[in-house]
Design a protein around this ligand. Structure first.
Ligand code: FEO
Length: 166
């Protein structure tokens, strides 16, 4: 059985995942406003994934017999200096989430909470993937520099998310 401290920590993580969803939806709105519809679609899909992450933890807390307590979701940024800056922020945010997951695992290990440790394994793998994907997109922005045609191509590529099974 998980400790109350663990339940509280998992509730905090639900909040962080919901904030992630909110942040990416805000980025989606930013891209829509710039007529970068592919990037907007990519971020909208990412936002939905983050809600799914929150719900995975929500269900787990309930399966543990704990009470889910939803906290206030902070207001995300709504402007970025450039499309590249938004994706750089997304990458930094994913690194923050990875650290947060690792901290919960440290707690699970210290409390000999094998169930939570095992549950979080999925998130560890997911974070590796999410950081890699965001990092790859930032690298592509580096490559295209100020090239408008490159930005258009990248927007089209990112807009194909969901149709490629990503
Ligand atoms: Fe749920 Fe992107 O971390």
């Amino acid at each position: 059985m998980a400790s109350q401290k663990m339940i509280d920590t998992l509730n905090e993580q639900i909040n962080k995942e919901m904030f992630s969803s909110y942040l990416y939806l805000s980025m989606s709105s930013y891209f829509s406003d710039k007529n970068l519809t592919g990037m907007a679609a990519w971020m909208k899909a990412q936002s939905a994934e983050e809600t799914m992450h929150a719900m995975k933890i929500y269900d787990f807390v309930q399966n543990l017999g704990g009470k889910v307590i939803l906290k206030k979701i902070d207001e995300p940024k709504n402007e970025w200096d450039s499309p590249k800056a938004a994706f750089e922020d997304a990458l930094e945010h994913e690194k923050f989430i990875s650290r947060s997951i690792n901290e919960i695992i440290d707690l699970a290990i210290s409390e000999k909470d094998h169930a939570t440790h095992n549950f979080l394994g999925w998130f560890v793998t997911e974070q590796v993937e999410e950081e890699a994907t965001a990092s790859e997109i930032v690298d592509k922005f580096e490559l295209i520099g100020d090239n408008k045609g490159g930005l258009y191509m990248l927007d089209r590529e990112l807009g194909s998310r969901g149709t490629t099974g990503e």
